[in-house]
Design a protein around this ligand. Structure first.
Ligand code: GLY
Ligand code: MN
Ligand code: MN
Length: 441
């Protein structure tokens, strides 16, 4: 299917899922960083999922019914602005290239929406996501109501369009999986590049630079989230993003980084020794986290519910914490009392897609939902040991996470991020080879 046909088919599916009415889906605004400088523009994921249109100041209006109609409101062509900021499709160009039924200048949205909403049963909207848009939606409805005396009725209900779209986005098509596979390959290569570049005395931000270099050189538009490069004790700060410390001989470094490619995220964590060789205690904990991940991955298959991989990883970790003297008592007691929590305090994964923490319910009617083919998620157990009374000192300040991206298949799951090594021997070999090369250079 051509790109426009893919987006059109999604709009048709959404229209069919709606109980009549009109969906209004704006893209994200441009955001100022500081004076005369903006953050790099990123479209809204829902809007892009339905249109493929990447310009700001655009709104999709989708009218459900027997023959659904897609209307795009976007910026007009403007030679002056295009000289400064670049190409704009304009309504006519966008209609042709992206396959909308109609397209109008975005300046006409406010005037046209009350007409489009007249006599429609529902307004589908991302209610509550943005107070300015909420106020605008109330304004459209009030203006339809004002026409009541001429026999026009206003939508009786506002529905959250995200309820329908989240469920659609949760199941990835082969086309989406192909993009995610390419994103995963780029990110995997970036992690290998960081492993090769690591050395005692180097800086965390130098590894971050290696990651960014690899992302961009393969055409990924941006990191999917702020990269974490955390040497030594910094790895025990789960959302560490300062990335400005020196990497120390004998420490591990935890790198959590993934690129966004064509609107899809990847999300990989690898943890490796700065000097290329794990110490005994580092290896003990690392092998434990790796075993927990293998167990979790085994349980990512159709029919298992969402939390089964997490519970499986937790059991392995808790038993390991007991064996290594981090926790005391029986496995059942450690799990029951959550005595593992000082060392493992997050969940083992999340949905992954256009957003790094992607949309989709984890429970249905109060129960963990079953995994099904086409769902994409991360599997990312970890272990973080802060100094403390009774905590064996050889493990102090070690933070480890191993994170891969997977897609649920008909029978099991496929790991998308497998090119980034994670076995101790493979990491050490890669880092040794790169040092040899440096020496011989
Ligand atoms: N990098 C974000 C996460 O792992 O959830
Ligand atoms: Mn993650
Ligand atoms: Mn991550």
């Amino acid at each position: 299917m051509s790109k426009p046909a893919i987006f059109k088919a999604r709009r048709q599916r959404l229209a069919q899922a709606m109980q009549g009415g009109v969906a209004v889906i704006p893209t994200a605004p441009e955001r100022q960083r500081n004076r005369d400088s903006h953050y790099a523009y990123r479209f809204d994921s829902y809007f892009h999922y339905l249109t493929g249109f990447a310009e700001p100041e655009a709104v999709l209006v989708l009218i459900a019914g027997a023959s659904p109609k897609s209307i795009l409101f976007c910026r007009e062509k403007n030679l002056e602005r295009e000289i400064w900021d670049g190409f704009r499709h304009g309504p006519e160009g966008a209609k042709e290239e992206f396959g909308f039924d109609e397209a109008y200048p975005v300046s006409q949205l406010e005037e046209m929406l009350p007409q489009l909403l007249a006599d429609q049963p529902n307004l589908y909207f991302h209610l509550g996501a943005d107070s300015e848009w909420d106020a605008r939606a109330v304004g459209w409805l009030n203006r339809v109501r004002e026409k009541g005396r001429s026999g026009v009725s206003a939508p009786g209900a506002i529905q959250d369009v995200r309820v329908l779209l989240d469920e659609m986005r949760l199941f990835k098509s082969p086309d989406e999986i192909a993009t995610m596979r390419r994103a995963a390959d780029i990110s995997g290569a970036a992690h290998m590049r960081a492993m090769r570049a690591a050395r005692p005395g180097g800086m965390e931000y130098q590894l971050e630079a290696e990651l960014l270099h690899e992302f961009r050189r393969h055409g990924a538009q941006a990191p999917a989230y702020t990269s974490i490069v955390a040497g030594g004790a910094n790895a025990c700060v789960l959302h560490y993003v300062a990335n400005d410390a020196e990497l120390q001989d004998g420490d591990l470094v935890l790198v959590d980084a993934g690129c966004e490619l064509d609107g899809y995220a990847s999300d990989i964590t690898r943890t490796f020794p700065v000097n290329g060789k794990f110490t005994g205690p580092q290896r003990d904990l690392y092998e434990l986290v790796l075993a927990a991940q293998a167990e979790a991955l085994f349980h990512v298959k159709p029919g298992r519910h969402w939390n089964v991989p997490h519970e499986a990883a937790l059991k392995v970790l808790a038993q390991g914490f007991i064996d290594l003297g981090l926790c005391a008592g029986s496995l059942d007691a450690v799990l029951e009392k959550e005595a593992y929590k000082p060392f493992y305090m997050h969940k083992t994964g999340h949905w992954l897609g256009m957003d790094v923490h992607d949309v989709g319910n984890y429970k249905l009617a109060g129960e963990w939902r079953e995994l099904q083919p086409g769902m994409t998620l991360t599997v990312e157990p970890g272990c973080y040991v802060r100094p403390g009374e009774g905590v064996p000192e050889q493990f102090w300040n070690i933070g480890i996470r191993i994170e891969d991206d997977v897609v649920v298949t008909e029978s099991a799951c496929e790991v998308l991020t497998g090119i980034a090594p994670k076995k101790v021997a493979d990491i050490e070999a890669l880092m040794r080879d790169s040092k040899e090369r440096d020496k011989n250079a």
